[in-house]
Design a protein around this ligand. Structure first.
Ligand code: UDP
Length: 388
Protein backbone atom coordinates (compact mmCIF):
# COMPACT_ATOMS: atom_id res chain seq x y z
CA UNK A 1 0.00 0.00 0.00
CA UNK A 2 1.82 3.16 1.16
CA UNK A 3 5.52 2.87 0.31
CA UNK A 4 7.88 2.51 3.27
CA UNK A 5 9.82 5.71 2.63
CA UNK A 6 11.48 8.45 4.63
CA UNK A 7 9.34 11.07 2.84
CA UNK A 8 6.04 10.30 1.10
CA UNK A 9 4.50 12.38 -1.64
CA UNK A 10 0.74 12.86 -1.37
CA UNK A 11 -1.46 14.56 -3.96
CA UNK A 12 -4.55 16.12 -2.38
CA UNK A 13 -7.39 16.74 -4.83
CA UNK A 14 -10.01 19.49 -4.72
CA UNK A 15 -12.54 20.46 -7.34
CA UNK A 16 -15.74 21.93 -5.94
CA UNK A 17 -16.89 24.22 -3.11
CA UNK A 18 -17.43 21.60 -0.38
CA UNK A 19 -13.99 20.10 -1.14
CA UNK A 20 -12.18 23.32 -0.21
CA UNK A 21 -13.72 23.31 3.26
CA UNK A 22 -12.73 19.67 3.78
CA UNK A 23 -9.17 19.95 2.49
CA UNK A 24 -8.20 23.08 4.47
CA UNK A 25 -7.57 21.34 7.84
CA UNK A 26 -5.85 18.39 6.10
CA UNK A 27 -3.40 20.68 4.29
CA UNK A 28 -2.76 22.51 7.58
CA UNK A 29 -1.99 19.26 9.35
CA UNK A 30 0.23 17.92 6.55
CA UNK A 31 2.31 21.11 6.64
CA UNK A 32 3.48 20.16 10.13
CA UNK A 33 5.68 17.30 8.85
CA UNK A 34 7.81 18.74 6.02
CA UNK A 35 10.60 16.22 6.47
CA UNK A 36 8.27 13.21 6.19
CA UNK A 37 5.51 14.38 3.91
CA UNK A 38 5.31 16.36 0.69
CA UNK A 39 1.71 17.54 0.21
CA UNK A 40 0.77 18.72 -3.29
CA UNK A 41 -2.61 20.36 -3.87
CA UNK A 42 -4.27 19.83 -7.26
CA UNK A 43 -7.41 21.80 -8.19
CA UNK A 44 -9.39 20.22 -11.03
CA UNK A 45 -11.23 23.48 -11.72
CA UNK A 46 -14.67 21.83 -11.50
CA UNK A 47 -15.78 24.99 -9.66
CA UNK A 48 -13.75 27.86 -11.00
CA UNK A 49 -15.32 31.28 -10.44
CA UNK A 50 -14.34 33.60 -7.60
CA UNK A 51 -17.53 33.08 -5.57
CA UNK A 52 -17.36 29.26 -5.70
CA UNK A 53 -13.59 28.83 -5.51
CA UNK A 54 -11.18 31.74 -4.92
CA UNK A 55 -13.17 33.16 -1.97
CA UNK A 56 -12.72 29.86 -0.11
CA UNK A 57 -8.95 29.77 -0.59
CA UNK A 58 -8.84 33.24 0.97
CA UNK A 59 -11.24 32.65 3.88
CA UNK A 60 -9.77 29.26 4.78
CA UNK A 61 -6.16 30.27 4.05
CA UNK A 62 -5.61 27.29 1.78
CA UNK A 63 -2.26 27.42 -0.05
CA UNK A 64 -2.46 28.09 -3.77
CA UNK A 65 -2.83 24.80 -5.68
CA UNK A 66 0.39 23.60 -7.27
CA UNK A 67 -1.65 22.69 -10.34
CA UNK A 68 -5.01 23.82 -11.73
CA UNK A 69 -6.47 21.54 -14.39
CA UNK A 70 -9.02 24.22 -15.44
CA UNK A 71 -11.69 21.69 -16.40
CA UNK A 72 -14.80 23.83 -15.83
CA UNK A 73 -18.47 22.83 -16.17
CA UNK A 74 -19.72 20.15 -18.52
CA UNK A 75 -21.97 17.09 -18.64
CA UNK A 76 -21.09 14.37 -16.11
CA UNK A 77 -19.30 12.16 -18.62
CA UNK A 78 -17.44 15.00 -20.32
CA UNK A 79 -16.34 16.55 -17.04
CA UNK A 80 -15.28 13.24 -15.47
CA UNK A 81 -13.43 12.18 -18.62
CA UNK A 82 -11.61 15.50 -18.99
CA UNK A 83 -10.47 15.39 -15.36
CA UNK A 84 -9.23 11.81 -15.82
CA UNK A 85 -7.22 12.71 -18.92
CA UNK A 86 -5.54 15.69 -17.28
CA UNK A 87 -5.06 14.04 -13.90
CA UNK A 88 -3.39 11.00 -15.46
CA UNK A 89 -0.70 13.33 -16.85
CA UNK A 90 -0.16 14.78 -13.36
CA UNK A 91 0.22 11.29 -11.87
CA UNK A 92 2.67 10.15 -14.53
CA UNK A 93 4.76 13.28 -14.01
CA UNK A 94 4.61 13.47 -10.19
CA UNK A 95 4.52 9.76 -9.28
CA UNK A 96 2.88 10.32 -5.87
CA UNK A 97 2.81 7.61 -3.21
CA UNK A 98 -0.85 8.31 -2.44
CA UNK A 99 -3.78 10.33 -3.78
CA UNK A 100 -6.21 11.77 -1.23
CA UNK A 101 -9.72 12.68 -2.37
CA UNK A 102 -12.59 14.15 -0.34
CA UNK A 103 -16.38 14.07 -0.60
CA UNK A 104 -18.49 12.91 -3.50
CA UNK A 105 -18.11 15.21 -6.51
CA UNK A 106 -17.04 14.26 -10.04
CA UNK A 107 -13.43 15.20 -9.24
CA UNK A 108 -13.48 12.67 -6.37
CA UNK A 109 -14.60 9.91 -8.73
CA UNK A 110 -12.37 10.85 -11.68
CA UNK A 111 -9.16 11.18 -9.67
CA UNK A 112 -9.72 8.03 -7.64
CA UNK A 113 -10.31 5.89 -10.74
CA UNK A 114 -7.28 7.36 -12.51
CA UNK A 115 -5.04 6.70 -9.50
CA UNK A 116 -6.29 3.18 -8.85
CA UNK A 117 -5.64 2.23 -12.50
CA UNK A 118 -2.04 3.42 -12.14
CA UNK A 119 -1.80 1.34 -8.93
CA UNK A 120 -1.45 4.45 -6.78
CA UNK A 121 -3.31 3.95 -3.48
CA UNK A 122 -6.29 6.21 -2.81
CA UNK A 123 -7.41 7.66 0.51
CA UNK A 124 -11.08 8.70 0.60
CA UNK A 125 -12.08 11.22 3.23
CA UNK A 126 -15.80 11.04 4.07
CA UNK A 127 -16.16 7.43 2.97
CA UNK A 128 -19.18 5.20 3.55
CA UNK A 129 -21.98 7.78 3.40
CA UNK A 130 -24.99 6.32 1.60
CA UNK A 131 -28.38 7.77 0.68
CA UNK A 132 -29.22 4.42 -1.01
CA UNK A 133 -30.62 6.58 -3.81
CA UNK A 134 -28.76 5.85 -7.03
CA UNK A 135 -30.62 8.61 -8.89
CA UNK A 136 -28.27 10.98 -7.02
CA UNK A 137 -25.06 11.47 -9.03
CA UNK A 138 -23.14 11.86 -5.76
CA UNK A 139 -24.23 8.38 -4.61
CA UNK A 140 -22.60 6.81 -7.67
CA UNK A 141 -19.44 8.81 -6.98
CA UNK A 142 -19.43 7.64 -3.34
CA UNK A 143 -19.98 3.95 -4.08
CA UNK A 144 -17.36 3.75 -6.85
CA UNK A 145 -14.73 5.76 -4.97
CA UNK A 146 -15.11 3.65 -1.83
CA UNK A 147 -14.86 0.41 -3.79
CA UNK A 148 -11.37 1.31 -5.12
CA UNK A 149 -9.92 3.15 -2.10
CA UNK A 150 -7.25 1.73 0.20
CA UNK A 151 -7.84 4.07 3.16
CA UNK A 152 -11.46 4.85 3.95
CA UNK A 153 -11.82 7.66 6.49
CA UNK A 154 -15.32 7.87 7.94
CA UNK A 155 -17.31 10.47 9.87
CA UNK A 156 -19.78 8.21 11.73
CA UNK A 157 -20.58 4.66 12.81
CA UNK A 158 -23.28 4.13 10.19
CA UNK A 159 -20.72 4.82 7.44
CA UNK A 160 -18.51 2.07 8.93
CA UNK A 161 -21.49 -0.29 8.81
CA UNK A 162 -22.27 0.60 5.19
CA UNK A 163 -18.70 -0.17 4.14
CA UNK A 164 -18.60 -3.49 6.00
CA UNK A 165 -21.88 -4.48 4.34
CA UNK A 166 -20.26 -3.77 0.96
CA UNK A 167 -17.41 -6.12 1.81
CA UNK A 168 -14.71 -3.58 2.64
CA UNK A 169 -12.35 -5.20 5.17
CA UNK A 170 -12.12 -3.62 8.63
CA UNK A 171 -8.42 -2.84 8.30
CA UNK A 172 -9.19 -0.32 5.52
CA UNK A 173 -11.84 1.55 7.53
CA UNK A 174 -10.77 4.36 9.87
CA UNK A 175 -13.39 6.22 11.90
CA UNK A 176 -11.74 9.62 12.31
CA UNK A 177 -14.51 12.23 12.64
CA UNK A 178 -15.50 15.05 10.34
CA UNK A 179 -13.03 17.38 8.60
CA UNK A 180 -15.83 19.78 7.60
CA UNK A 181 -16.45 20.27 11.32
CA UNK A 182 -12.69 20.77 11.88
CA UNK A 183 -13.00 23.79 9.59
CA UNK A 184 -16.15 25.04 11.27
CA UNK A 185 -14.63 24.89 14.76
CA UNK A 186 -11.40 26.52 13.60
CA UNK A 187 -13.20 29.41 11.92
CA UNK A 188 -16.12 29.93 14.28
CA UNK A 189 -14.49 32.85 16.12
CA UNK A 190 -13.29 34.56 12.97
CA UNK A 191 -16.76 34.18 11.44
CA UNK A 192 -18.27 36.10 14.36
CA UNK A 193 -16.48 39.18 13.03
CA UNK A 194 -18.23 38.92 9.65
CA UNK A 195 -20.26 42.01 8.83
CA UNK A 196 -22.76 40.17 6.67
CA UNK A 197 -25.68 40.71 9.08
CA UNK A 198 -25.13 44.47 9.00
CA UNK A 199 -24.68 44.42 5.21
CA UNK A 200 -28.04 42.72 4.84
CA UNK A 201 -29.64 45.00 7.45
CA UNK A 202 -30.40 41.97 9.57
CA UNK A 203 -28.79 43.36 12.65
CA UNK A 204 -30.50 45.86 14.92
CA UNK A 205 -28.28 47.21 17.70
CA UNK A 206 -26.11 44.11 17.36
CA UNK A 207 -29.14 41.84 17.90
CA UNK A 208 -29.70 39.57 14.90
CA UNK A 209 -33.15 40.00 13.40
CA UNK A 210 -34.83 36.63 12.81
CA UNK A 211 -34.46 35.11 9.37
CA UNK A 212 -34.32 31.68 7.79
CA UNK A 213 -31.42 30.68 5.54
CA UNK A 214 -31.90 28.66 2.36
CA UNK A 215 -29.63 26.79 -0.04
CA UNK A 216 -30.84 24.68 -2.94
CA UNK A 217 -28.87 23.10 -5.76
CA UNK A 218 -29.45 19.32 -6.03
CA UNK A 219 -30.36 18.43 -9.63
CA UNK A 220 -33.45 16.55 -8.37
CA UNK A 221 -34.77 19.83 -6.90
CA UNK A 222 -33.74 22.49 -9.38
CA UNK A 223 -33.52 20.72 -12.75
CA UNK A 224 -37.20 19.80 -12.83
CA UNK A 225 -39.46 22.86 -13.15
CA UNK A 226 -42.45 21.25 -11.39
CA UNK A 227 -40.45 20.15 -8.34
CA UNK A 228 -38.71 23.52 -8.14
CA UNK A 229 -42.10 25.34 -8.29
CA UNK A 230 -43.59 23.07 -5.66
CA UNK A 231 -40.70 23.76 -3.26
CA UNK A 232 -41.06 27.47 -4.02
CA UNK A 233 -44.72 27.39 -3.06
CA UNK A 234 -43.74 26.21 0.43
CA UNK A 235 -40.90 28.69 0.72
CA UNK A 236 -43.16 31.57 -0.26
CA UNK A 237 -45.65 30.63 2.42
CA UNK A 238 -42.92 30.44 5.08
CA UNK A 239 -41.43 33.71 3.89
CA UNK A 240 -44.69 35.51 4.71
CA UNK A 241 -43.81 34.92 8.36
CA UNK A 242 -40.01 35.18 8.31
CA UNK A 243 -37.66 36.56 5.64
CA UNK A 244 -35.68 33.87 3.83
CA UNK A 245 -32.11 34.63 2.78
CA UNK A 246 -31.10 32.62 -0.27
CA UNK A 247 -27.49 32.65 -1.50
CA UNK A 248 -28.11 30.76 -4.73
CA UNK A 249 -25.70 28.28 -6.30
CA UNK A 250 -24.84 29.20 -9.94
CA UNK A 251 -26.75 26.16 -11.32
CA UNK A 252 -29.84 27.25 -9.37
CA UNK A 253 -29.52 30.83 -10.56
CA UNK A 254 -29.38 29.48 -14.11
CA UNK A 255 -32.52 27.38 -13.58
CA UNK A 256 -34.41 30.33 -12.03
CA UNK A 257 -33.71 32.22 -15.25
CA UNK A 258 -34.51 29.35 -17.59
CA UNK A 259 -37.83 28.48 -15.84
CA UNK A 260 -38.72 32.20 -15.67
CA UNK A 261 -39.07 32.08 -11.87
CA UNK A 262 -37.31 35.33 -10.97
CA UNK A 263 -40.59 37.06 -9.98
CA UNK A 264 -40.77 34.75 -6.97
CA UNK A 265 -37.65 36.35 -5.48
CA UNK A 266 -36.54 39.71 -4.22
CA UNK A 267 -33.22 40.42 -5.82
CA UNK A 268 -31.15 41.77 -2.98
CA UNK A 269 -28.05 42.27 -5.09
CA UNK A 270 -29.70 44.51 -7.69
CA UNK A 271 -32.90 46.16 -6.57
CA UNK A 272 -33.27 46.16 -2.86
CA UNK A 273 -31.27 47.77 -0.13
CA UNK A 274 -33.26 46.22 2.69
CA UNK A 275 -34.33 42.72 3.68
CA UNK A 276 -38.02 43.22 4.42
CA UNK A 277 -40.06 41.07 6.77
CA UNK A 278 -41.22 38.79 4.05
CA UNK A 279 -39.99 37.39 0.78
CA UNK A 280 -37.21 35.18 -0.47
CA UNK A 281 -34.12 37.35 -0.86
CA UNK A 282 -31.79 36.15 -3.58
CA UNK A 283 -28.03 36.65 -3.17
CA UNK A 284 -24.90 35.46 -4.92
CA UNK A 285 -23.15 32.50 -3.20
CA UNK A 286 -21.41 33.75 -0.06
CA UNK A 287 -17.84 33.27 1.10
CA UNK A 288 -17.38 30.72 3.90
CA UNK A 289 -17.03 33.05 6.91
CA UNK A 290 -20.08 35.14 5.96
CA UNK A 291 -22.14 32.02 5.32
CA UNK A 292 -21.05 30.45 8.60
CA UNK A 293 -22.06 33.60 10.47
CA UNK A 294 -25.47 33.66 8.76
CA UNK A 295 -25.99 29.96 9.48
CA UNK A 296 -25.05 30.30 13.16
CA UNK A 297 -27.54 33.15 13.68
CA UNK A 298 -30.43 31.79 11.60
CA UNK A 299 -33.74 30.86 13.19
CA UNK A 300 -33.54 27.77 11.02
CA UNK A 301 -31.97 26.53 7.80
CA UNK A 302 -33.68 24.99 4.77
CA UNK A 303 -31.32 23.10 2.50
CA UNK A 304 -30.63 20.21 0.14
CA UNK A 305 -26.87 20.43 0.75
CA UNK A 306 -24.97 17.54 2.33
CA UNK A 307 -22.47 19.50 4.40
CA UNK A 308 -24.95 22.05 5.73
CA UNK A 309 -26.94 19.25 7.44
CA UNK A 310 -23.78 18.51 9.44
CA UNK A 311 -22.81 22.11 10.14
CA UNK A 312 -26.28 23.03 11.49
CA UNK A 313 -26.15 19.98 13.78
CA UNK A 314 -22.90 21.22 15.33
CA UNK A 315 -24.18 24.81 15.54
CA UNK A 316 -27.41 23.60 17.19
CA UNK A 317 -29.53 25.34 14.53
CA UNK A 318 -32.67 23.49 13.34
CA UNK A 319 -32.32 22.22 9.77
CA UNK A 320 -35.06 21.15 7.36
CA UNK A 321 -33.63 19.02 4.55
CA UNK A 322 -35.61 19.42 1.34
CA UNK A 323 -34.94 15.91 0.06
CA UNK A 324 -36.53 12.47 0.31
CA UNK A 325 -33.46 10.93 1.96
CA UNK A 326 -30.08 11.74 3.42
CA UNK A 327 -26.67 10.07 3.28
CA UNK A 328 -26.00 11.68 6.68
CA UNK A 329 -28.59 10.00 8.96
CA UNK A 330 -26.59 10.78 12.10
CA UNK A 331 -27.69 14.42 11.69
CA UNK A 332 -31.28 13.17 12.07
CA UNK A 333 -30.79 10.54 14.80
CA UNK A 334 -28.48 12.74 16.90
CA UNK A 335 -28.57 16.24 15.44
CA UNK A 336 -30.99 19.02 14.56
CA UNK A 337 -31.93 17.78 11.10
CA UNK A 338 -35.38 16.73 9.84
CA UNK A 339 -35.71 15.29 6.33
CA UNK A 340 -38.94 16.90 5.11
CA UNK A 341 -39.04 15.94 1.42
CA UNK A 342 -40.30 18.30 -1.27
CA UNK A 343 -44.08 18.30 -0.69
CA UNK A 344 -45.17 21.84 0.24
CA UNK A 345 -47.48 20.80 3.08
CA UNK A 346 -44.80 19.04 5.13
CA UNK A 347 -42.23 21.80 4.54
CA UNK A 348 -44.71 24.48 5.63
CA UNK A 349 -45.82 22.50 8.71
CA UNK A 350 -42.26 21.92 9.92
CA UNK A 351 -41.25 25.54 9.20
CA UNK A 352 -44.27 26.88 11.09
CA UNK A 353 -43.64 24.51 13.97
CA UNK A 354 -40.14 25.99 14.39
CA UNK A 355 -41.60 29.51 14.30
CA UNK A 356 -44.06 28.54 17.04
CA UNK A 357 -41.13 27.63 19.25
CA UNK A 358 -40.41 24.12 18.06
CA UNK A 359 -37.22 23.07 16.28
CA UNK A 360 -35.18 20.04 17.02
CA UNK A 361 -32.50 20.05 19.67
CA UNK A 362 -29.59 17.72 19.18
CA UNK A 363 -26.10 16.78 20.23
CA UNK A 364 -22.79 16.72 18.41
CA UNK A 365 -21.98 13.27 16.98
CA UNK A 366 -18.96 11.37 18.30
CA UNK A 367 -15.53 12.55 17.12
CA UNK A 368 -16.88 15.72 15.50
CA UNK A 369 -14.40 17.50 17.72
CA UNK A 370 -12.06 19.40 15.40
CA UNK A 371 -9.41 16.64 15.40
CA UNK A 372 -10.35 14.61 12.31
CA UNK A 373 -7.55 15.96 10.08
CA UNK A 374 -4.96 15.23 12.78
CA UNK A 375 -6.23 11.63 13.03
CA UNK A 376 -6.09 11.20 9.24
CA UNK A 377 -2.54 12.47 8.93
CA UNK A 378 -1.40 10.40 11.94
CA UNK A 379 -2.80 7.25 10.33
CA UNK A 380 -1.17 7.98 6.97
CA UNK A 381 2.21 8.79 8.55
CA UNK A 382 2.08 5.57 10.57
CA UNK A 383 1.13 3.57 7.47
CA UNK A 384 4.05 5.09 5.54
CA UNK A 385 6.45 4.28 8.38
CA UNK A 386 5.28 0.68 8.50
CA UNK A 387 4.97 0.33 4.71
CA UNK A 388 1.30 -0.72 4.73
N1 UDP B 1 -21.42 27.42 1.74
C1 UDP B 1 -20.83 28.68 1.68
N2 UDP B 1 -21.50 29.67 1.02
C2 UDP B 1 -22.73 29.51 0.47
C3 UDP B 1 -23.34 28.22 0.56
C4 UDP B 1 -22.64 27.20 1.19
O1 UDP B 1 -19.72 28.89 2.19
O2 UDP B 1 -23.28 30.47 -0.10
C5 UDP B 1 -20.66 26.31 2.39
C6 UDP B 1 -21.38 25.59 3.50
O3 UDP B 1 -21.18 26.20 4.76
C7 UDP B 1 -20.76 24.21 3.45
C8 UDP B 1 -20.46 24.02 1.97
O4 UDP B 1 -20.44 25.33 1.40
O5 UDP B 1 -19.53 24.22 4.17
C9 UDP B 1 -21.52 23.15 1.33
O6 UDP B 1 -21.36 23.15 -0.01
P1 UDP B 1 -22.48 22.59 -1.00
O7 UDP B 1 -23.82 22.75 -0.37
O8 UDP B 1 -22.22 23.24 -2.31
O9 UDP B 1 -22.07 21.07 -1.17
P2 UDP B 1 -22.61 19.72 -0.54
O10 UDP B 1 -22.31 19.78 0.93
O11 UDP B 1 -24.06 19.59 -0.85
O12 UDP B 1 -21.80 18.66 -1.22
Amino acid sequence: MLANKQRVKIINVVGARPNFIKIAPIMDEMKKYPEHLEAILVHTGQHYDDAMSKAFFEDLEIPRPAMDLNIGSDSHAQQTAKIMIEFEKVLVEEKPDLVLVVGDVNSTLACSITSAKLLIPVAHVEAGLRSFDRTMPEEINRVVTDSISSYLFTTCEDANENLRREGIPDEKIFFVGNVMIDSLLRHREKARKSEILEKLNLSINSQAKPYALLTLHRPSNVDDGETFKSILEALERISQDIPIIFPAHPRTQKQIDSFGLSDHFKDFTNNESQITNHGIHLLAPLPYLDFLHLMANAKFVLTDSGGIQEETTVLGVPCLTLRENTERPVTVTEGTNIVVGTEPKRIINEGMSILRGGGKKGKTPRLWDGQAARRIVDILMKAAKEGR
